[in-house]
Design a protein around this ligand. Sequence first.
Ligand code: NAD
Ligand code: ZN
Length: 356
Amino acid sequence: MKPIVSKDSIVYFNDECYTALNAYLEKANHSKIFILVDSNTYQNCYAHFMSKIEKEYEIEVLEIEPGEINKNIDTCTSIWNVLAEYGADRKSLLINLGGGVVTDLGGFIACTYKRGINYINVPTSLLAMVDASVGGKTGVDLGNLKNMVGVISESEMVLVDTEFLGTLPVNQMCSGFAEMLKHGLIQDRAYWDKMSDLSKLTTDDLDQLIYDSVLIKNKIVFEDPTEQNIRKYLNFGHTLGHAIESFYLTHPEKPELLHGEAIAIGMILEGFISAAQLSVTELELIQITQVILATFPKIDIDPNDYKAIMELLIHDKKNEKGNIYFVLLNTIGDAKYNCIVSDDVIIDAFEYYASL
Ligand code: NAD
Ligand code: ZN
């Protein structure tokens, strides 16, 4: 699979990852290499990754607890401290070996430590392969507010080795499918059709779908790295999805929601709004709903929580001058940004989801 080139980074796939990595490490001559993992990726992915590194380097492992709850500034502070204790300098390299939490957090740590050291993303979850590790968005949550603090700065390279998926739990695989479905919905009808039927999926098919998903994301990010216009498309499902994710994150008595699971709900809600306000047909809405519900459990959102969830929308990063902007669909494969939606239509969308 041909590497995918972006503005300041390059995404390698499977075997080519390690050829590229070994050549890079040999040439770059880093003072020290740090590998950020969480306890799951240390257990399941670290040995495989290390077996591919051909030469001896000075390597330190930095381990964090897994989960979105740890994607915060406190975890950064502890890692910054450890880096300082190890004497990490500007010629140090940070390799993020993990899911989107590790790549978002590690990217942010690398971009800020000593005003920036080089970093490489080695995504180990499906979601991180197709989305989080590509495009240079890094950051952490602020309390219950998702990705409130961060910077955009691309990694040196992204290494997508689909072997890692062998140990990924099924619900985490599905979480990644949410972002892949999103890529089809916003940009590519044919890709959506392929993603709509995952029943006879082979490993080769999955590798190709992952590759195509990265292509879609990369094309958008390449044209609009700082989210002035079309990069906003990638937020489809994420305006309400993030609000739902934030709300559930801070209500431990409610069921735990993975990022992709929240985004899946967000895509049904925003699909409904697209049908209400733009030209998504009833048939398309049914298709979007059915495909998503075939992969994701329906969550019973308490109607008493709608208001609290909607209040979180005010912190959405797409907002400007007090307006809440949504990305909606004109049709499957064609998105529109900066759409204004009234509270009544949002409530209608929640009621549609509740009725399913
Ligand atoms: P995650 O990093 O929490 O990984 C999910 C779980 O799977 C974790 O428990 C992790 O330890 C485990 N895991 C990962 N790889 C594994 C493997 N190979 N084997 C066994 N277990 C493994 O979450 P995620 O779903 O990968 O990513 C979600 C995060 O990504 C969110 O914080 C979201 O905001 C962020 N994100 C960022 C962007 C971006 O552009 N930067 C885009 C999409 C999502
Ligand atoms: Zn997402």
